[in-house]
Design a protein around this ligand. Structure first.
Ligand code: ATP
Ligand code: MG
Ligand code: MG
Length: 381
C-alpha cells in the first residue's frame, strides 16, 4: 500500500482520499494550522506531527500552495515531494509565477512589481487604466486585490496597499503585482496531469464564471481543437520547464481566439471538480496516479457537465438530489458566509440538455445564494 502525505487538510485532500481508497492508496493530511497530521476525512483523528508524516510517507504532495517555506524545505529534503517545492513556491508567489511565464514566452497580462511608492508611480505611468493590483503572496478567491478605475482613487488605494505590505507576516517580503486589466471574452482553464515519465494527459478546456472574485460555475462542454491545442501547448511548456509531476491547473483569459495566462495552481483545482462525474478518471485520481508512478487515466469528456459551487450554505433543497444527473459533494466544513461548502456536479447527454437542466437547478436553488445562475443558464441556450 503506497502511503501519501498531503500538505493541507481541506476539501482537496478529502477528495484525494475518496479517490485514492479504491486504488489502495493510504492518504494522510498535514494541517498547517495545527501542525498535525490528520485523517483527511475524520480530520480530528490525529496521526502525528509533520516529521512523523514525512517519515511514514512514500510520496508527499500538496493541496495548497501557500505553505510555509520551512515545511516545503523539509518535505523536499526527504526526496518524496511531488510536485517539487520550486513548483509549489512559484504557484504561491505571483512574482515567481510571472517570471516563469515570461521565461517560457507564454502570453499573459502586462505587469509591474510594486514594493514602494516609487514602484507604484512607475506602474501607474506604464500601465493604462483600469489596473488590477494583486498581493504577490497568499492571494486566493480574489482576496488581496484592488481595482483602480479612476486616477482619483490612486492615493486611497496606495494607502491601503502600503499598510497591507507593511503588516504582512510572511517568510519572504510581501509585494503587489500591478496588472493590466484584460478585456476578456470569457475565462477558461485547463487541468492536466504529468507523470514521472513525462507523459501528459489533459482534460478539455473548461469555462469558468466568478461571482465576487470566487469561482461559482465551471462548464465542461466540447471545445474546438484549436483552443484545446493552444491550452495544451501552454500546459506542456510550463510542465516541462518545471519538470512537473502531478495535476497542474492553468487559468486563462480568452480574448477572441487568443489565450492569455492569468495564473497557475500547482495542485488539483476547483475548475476540475466536474471530472468526478464528467470523465472516466477524475483529477484527484489522476493526481495520485501521476505522483505514485501509475499509468494516467482517461481525461476525455464523457458527458457535458457543469459544476456549481455551494458558497456559504450547508444544505440545498432535496429536489436537487432528485434531479437525474446530479451528484453532490459536501466538504463537512463549518458554515461561513461565502465559504466553499460543497459543489454540485450536473451531467447531461448534450449541451442543450445541460442548459435546460441548469435552468431547472437554478429554479430549485435559492437565487439569493446563487445570484447569477439563472441568467447564466439562460445565456447558454
Ligand atoms: P483563485 O481563487 O482563482 O486562486 P485569485 O485570488 O488567485 O483567485 P485571480 O485568479 O488572479 O485571483 O483573480 C480573480 C479574478 O479576478 C479572475 O478570475 C478574473 O475574473 C479577475 N481578474 C484577475 N486579473 C485580471 C486581469 N488582469 N484582467 C481582468 N480580470 C482579472
Ligand atoms: Mg489564485
Ligand atoms: Mg484565479
Amino acid at each position: 500500500m503506497t502511503k501519501v502525505l498531503v500538505l493541507g487538510a481541506g476539501q482537496l485532500a478529502r477528495m484525494m482520499d475518496l479517490a485514492g481508497s479504491p486504488l489502495n492508496l493510504d492518504i494522510a493530511a498535514f494541517d498547517p494550522r495545527t501542525n498535525k497530521v490528520v485523517h483527511p476525512i475524520a480530520n480530528d483523528y490525529i496521526l502525528g506531527n509533520l516529521e512523523d508524516g514525512i517519515n511514514n510517507a512514500d510520496v508527499i504532495t500538496a493541496e495548497f500552495e501557500h505553505l510555509a517555506h520551512d515545511v516545503l524545505e523539509k518535505c523536499q529534503a526527504s526526496g518524496k515531494l511531488l510536485p517539487s517545492s520550486t513548483a509549489i513556491k512559484i504557484g504561491g508567489d505571483r512574482r515567481l509565477e510571472k517570471n516563469l511565464l515570461e521565461s517560457c514566452q507564454v502570453a499573459n497580462a502586462t505587469h509591474k512589481i510594486i514594493s514602494n511608492y516609487d514602484d507604484f508611480k512607475i506602474a501607474l505611468s506604464q500601465l493604462s487604466l483600469p489596473i488590477i493590483f494583486k498581493s504577490a503572496l497568499e492571494g486566493y478567491d480574489g482576496k488581496g486585490q484592488w481595482r483602480l478605475k479612476s486616477m482619483k482613487q490612486a492615493e486611497v488605494i496606495w494607502a491601503e496597499m502600503e499598510d497591507f505590505i507593511k503588516q504582512a507576516n510572511t517568510s519572504v517580503p510581501q509585494a503587489i503585482v500591478a496588472e493590466q486589466m484584460v478585456p476578456f471574452d470569457r475565462e477558461v482553464s485547463i487541468v492536466g496531469a504529468r507523470n514521472t515519465k513525462g507523459e501528459i494527459a489533459v482534460y478539455p478546456v473548461t469555462e469558468n464564471h466568478h461571482t465576487n472574485g470566487v469561482l461559482s460555475v465551471s462548464l465542461a462542454l466540447p471545445v474546438t481543437d484549436e483552443l484545446q491545442q493552444q491550452a495544451f501547448e501552454v500546459f506542456s511548456k510550463l510542465t516541462q520547464a518545471l519538470d512537473y509531476v502531478g495535476i497542474l491547473a492553468i487559468e486563462f483569459f480568452q480574448v477572441g481566439d487568443e489565450l492569455l495566462v492569468n495564473e497557475i495552481a500547482p495542485r488539483v483545482h476547483n475548475s476540475g471538480h466536474w471530472t468526478q462525474q464528467g470523465a472516466d478518471t477524475c483529477q484527484f485520481e489522476n493526481h495520485l496516479r501521476a505522483i505514485c508512478a501509475l499509468p494516467l487515466g482517461n481525461t476525455e469528456l464523457i458527458r457535458p457537465t457543469a459544476m456549481v459551487n455551494i458558497l456559504g450554505e450547508d444544505s440545498v433543497p432535496e429536489a436537487v438530489l432528485a434531479m437525474p444527473g446530479v451528484a453532490i459533494h459536501w466538504y463537512e466544513k463549518e458554515k461561513r458566509a461565502g465559504r466553499k461548502m460543497g459543489h454540485i456536479n450536473l451531467c447531461a447527454e448534450s449541451s442543450i440538455e445541460l442548459a435546460n437542466k441548469l435552468i431547472q437547478l437554478a429554479g430549485i436553488l435559492d437565487d439569493h445564494a446563487y445570484p447569477d445562475l439563472a441568467d447564466f443558464a439562460q445565456q447558454l441556450k
